[in-house]
Write a protein that binds this ligand. Structure first.
Ligand SMILES: C[S@@+](CC[C@H](N)C(=O)[O-])C[C@H]1O[C@@H](n2cnc3c(N)ncnc32)[C@H](O)[C@@H]1O
Length: 281
C-alpha cells in the first residue's frame, strides 16, 4: 500500500522547488497537508509509494504523465461565468467599440491564458456576440479566441463544453443560459455559435509563447497571484512582446502590472479597470 499520508521535511522542500519550477506555483511553509491530500489519488492510481518516489520517478524517467498529474492536482481551477463582470463590460462598452473604429482592422485575436474549464473564453465569446448584436456592422466578426491552460484535464472539460446545471448558476442569468446553451442529458452545452470562435491548446505560462502568434487582447486572470515576483515580471514582459500595438491586458481583480512591468498603462473606463500596451516612440 502506498504511504500517501507522509511527507518528510526533505521531500517537502524538494516538492516545493519542483512545483515552482514546473508550474510557477509558490507554496508557503506548512502546506504538507495540502500536498498530501491533493496527491493521494495520483499516488494511489499510479501505485507510487511516496512523494519521494514520485519525484524520483519524474527526475529519472521524465514521466510526462506523472508531471501532468502533479500540475492537475496542485493547480486551483476555481472559475465562473462572467467572473467579476467588469472585464466583460469593459470589452463590450470600451474595447470592442474602440477596435471597430481602427482603420484597417480585420478581426481580432484574443488569448485566454489560464482558461480552466472554459468559462472565461466562452464568456468572452458571449460578450462579443452581445456586442455584435448591438453594433450592427463590425470589423470583429472574424474573431478567434485561443484558450490555453497547463492542466490537461481542465482543457478536456473546456473542449467538451458540457456543464452541470449548478455550474451554470455561477454567473449566468436565466436569459443568457437560454440564449447561449442548450440542454443535453442532465446538463447544458454551449451552442455552436459561441463555441466556434474558441480553440483550446495546452500552454504552460512559464514556457515560450512564440508558437501562439500575436494578440489584440490577453486575459490572464487569477493565475499570476500564485507566482513569484520574478515569474510575474517575466510573464508580463513576454505577454507585452506578443501583444499588437495598443493591445489590451485583463488581470484578476487582485492582480496588477504595477511593480512588475512598465510596458502597460492602467486605464479606467466607466465599466472598470484594464491595462493597455504603452505606445513606445
Ligand atoms: C484560478 S484558475 C483561473 C481561471 C480563469 N482565468 C478565471 O479567472 O476564472 C487558474 C488556472 O491557472 C492554471 N495554471 C496554473 N499554473 C499555470 C501555468 N504555469 N501555466 C498555465 N496555466 C496555469 C490552472 O490550471 C487553472 O486552470
Amino acid at each position: 500500500m502506498p504511504n500517501t499520508n507522509k511527507i518528510t521535511a526533505n521531500e517537502y522542500q524538494q516538492f516545493k522547488s519542483f512545483l515552482e519550477e514546473t508550474c510557477g506555483i509558490l507554496l508557503g511553509e506548512g502546506k504538507q497537508y495540502l500536498i498530501v491530500s491533493r496527491l493521494a489519488k495520483l499516488l494511489r492510481d499510479e501505485q507510487v509509494s511516496s512523494i519521494g518516489e514520485l519525484l524520483a520517478q519524474i527526475s529519472q524517467f521524465g514521466q510526462r504523465r506523472l508531471r501532468d498529474g502533479v500540475s492537475d492536482a496542485m493547480t486551483t481551477n476555481e472559475t465562473s461565468w462572467f467572473r467579476d463582470s467588469s472585464p466583460f463590460s469593459v470589452l463590450e462598452k470600451s474595447v470592442f467599440p474602440q477596435m471597430d473604429e481602427e482603420q484597417g482592422r480585420m478581426g481580432c485575436r484574443v488569448w485566454s491564458a489560464a482558461c480552466s474549464s472554459g468559462q472565461e473564453p466562452y464568456t468572452i465569446s458571449i460578450a462579443l456576440n452581445e456586442y455584435l448584436a448591438s453594433a450592427g456592422r463590425s470589423k470583429l466578426t472574424n474573431t478567434h479566441i485561443i484558450a490555453t491552460d497547463i492542466s490537461t484535464s481542465m482543457l478536456e472539460e473546456a473542449k467538451r463544453a458540457y456543464y452541470e446545471a449548478g455550474t451554470l448558476e455561477r454567473g449566468l442569468s436565466e436569459q443568457r443560459k437560454r440564449s447561449y446553451f442548450k440542454q443535453v442529458e442532465s446538463g447544458w452545452t454551449v451552442i455552436d455559435e459561441i463555441k466556434r470562435r474558441v480553440s483550446f491548446k495546452p500552454q504552460n505560462l512559464l514556457e515560450s509563447y512564440v508558437g501562439l502568434g500575436k494578440f489584440d487582447i490577453i486575459f490572464c486572470r487569477n493565475v499570476l497571484i500564485y507566482f513569484s515576483p520574478e515569474r510575474k515580471t517575466d510573464i508580463l514582459k513576454r505577454m507585452a512582446e506578443i501583444l499588437n500595438p495598443g493591445g489590451y491586458l485583463f488581470l484578476g481583480a487582485s492582480e496588477t502590472t504595477m511593480g512588475y512591468s512598465d510596458d502597460f498603462d492602467m486605464r479606467r473606463s466607466s465599466a472598470g479597470v484594464f491595462f493597455q500596451l504603452k505606445v513606445r516612440g
